[in-house]
Design a binder for this molecule. Structure first.
Ligand code: AMP
Ligand code: GLY
Length: 426
């Protein structure tokens, strides 16, 4: 069949890399794609916010199945419009994508169904929010309700900072996403990511991963989209995975179906493992970036079968098997990221760095120049990924490859996996 992947990041390169290996895939198209995806798919420039243009592209290329990578088109209803046009699509409806599109929506759902999460309150104006803040104790977490590319969350260390953040959000710091604010208690513990496929009714647990959100070594500096990840996450024991399914994922899937907005797609639970067990920090309604890339390295089964089963309500007929090895990815970013950075710097050494069975380099913000050179076009640019029997081994392979990349305009964290490596040594 002909398959179209929507998106242009490292996550979409990971998805395209796995889909291209499937015997079910005749032709793979990615819109708009990037410099690395172009090696496994036909990249087509289309404005993905123009849903009719995406439908036209599908019709013109006889696309049988669309896989939507990022959250923005899902929240905007791209899956609804494709399905209404008769095109089979992986990814939730706009109504179900509210699980990521509105933090307040998810908090209310958790409260109604006793799903463990931080205590909270929702506000649509500043004064009541600040009056609530004044009755709490620091640290407090202040969140813009809507999509803010991972930037709409502030951990306020004092009540003054919390109030100032409330004012900033209602002052328009996050635009539309800040029309509402959620104030949450601060959860203490270790974070982990848990992924499950859902087909509206049935749920299939996938795998776990751990991300590194902050830009600097030792988890310092501002938050980013993610500077590296590994899978599986050692903190997620079998017991904790089971509890996550029973206490968080399954009640959510049941609640969404009951509300008449069944969830279909991948449900990505950001968890805090507190001394009470797993608590939900947030939901995402798509694969994590860069968590997806490490999961794809470990997946033994055909990704197309799994994604189709989610779209067709057949998840009770499939299973997902994973290799036991650890996959670890190091994000190489343009110097200056997550602040401003230079574009179109040239990257060399990729063929050498990516050689070998245990290494894969996924591209995020790259493009090919007219002469075929690889140019950095975004903030997060490459995901240099290694696989090995232990986290330490996967880490060593990833960094050996990083060191072969010739990119003076880039940088990376040097400690991806530190928490899991310390656990292995203990
Ligand atoms: P989110 O975008 O909701 O995942 O939040 C971004 C990051 O902020 C999370 O990955 C956590 O590190 C942190 N965070 C969010 N909510 C909380 C909370 N209630 N307690 C502690 N940390 C949090
Ligand atoms: N890496 C975190 C995310 O995809 O939201």
């Amino acid at each position: 069949m002909n398959i179209l992947v929507i998106g242009s990041g490292g996550r979409e390169h990971g998805l395209c890399w796995a889909i291209a290996k499937s015997p079910q895939c005749d032709r793979l198209i990615c819109a708009p794609g990037n410099g690395g995806i172009a090696e496994v798919a036909d990249c087509m420039a289309v404005d993905i916010s123009d849903h009719q243009a995406v439908i036209d592209l599908c019709k013109a290329n006889e696309v049988d199945f669309v896989v939507v990578g990022p959250e923005v088109p899902l929240v905007a209803g791209l899956a609804d419009d494709l399905i209404a046009a008769g095109i089979k699509t992986f990814g939730p409806s706009a109504a179900a994508a509210q699980l990521e599109g509105s933090k307040g929506f998810t908090k209310d759902l958790c409260a109604k169904h006793n799903i463990p999460t931080a205590a909270y309150a929702r506000f649509s104006s500043g004064e009541p929010a600040k009056a609530y803040v004044r009755k709490q104790s620091a640290p407090l977490v202040i969140k813009a309700d809507g999509l803010a590319a991972g930037k709409g969350v502030v951990i306020a260390q004092s009540l003054d900072e919390a109030c100032a953040t409330v004012d900033e959000i209602f002052g328009g710091a996050f635009g539309e996403a800040g029309a509402e604010v959620v104030v949450e208690d601060f959860l203490v513990g270790e974070e982990a990511s848990f992924f499950a496929l859902v087909d509206g009714k049935n749920t299939l647990a996938l795998a776990t991963a751990q991300d590194h959100k902050q830009v600097g070594d030792g988890d310092t500096g501002p938050n980013t989209g993610g500077m590296g990840a590994y899978s599986p996450a050692p903190v997620m024991t079998e017991e904790l995975c089971q509890r996550t399914m029973d206490e968080i994922i399954l009640p959510t899937v049941a609640a969404m179906a009951e509300a008449g907005t069944p969830f279909r797609g991948v449900l990505f639970a950001g968890l805090m493992i507190t001394d009470k067990g797993p608590e939900l920090i947030e939901y995402n309604v798509r694969f994590g970036d860069p968590e997806c890339q490490v999961m794809m390295m470990r997946l033994r089964d055909d990704l197309v079968t799994l994604l189709l089963a989610s779209a067709e309500g057949q998840l009770d007929h499939v299973s997902a098997r994973w290799i036991d090895d650890v996959a670890l990815t190091v994000v190489m970013a343009a110097k200056g990221y997550p602040g401003s950075y230079e574009k179109n710097t040239e990257i060399g050494g990729l063929a050498d760095a990516g050689a070998g069975d245990d290494v894969e380099i996924f591209h995020a913000g790259t493009a090919r120049s007219d002469t075929g050179a690889c140019l950095a076009t975004g903030g997060r640019v490459l995901n240099v990924t290694g696989i090995g029997a232990t986290v330490a081994e996967a880490q060593a392979k990833a960094y050996a490859a990083v060191d072969k990349v010739d990119w003076p305009g880039g940088f990376c964290r040097r400690d991806i996996g530190w928490r899991a490596v310390a656990r292995e040594k203990a």
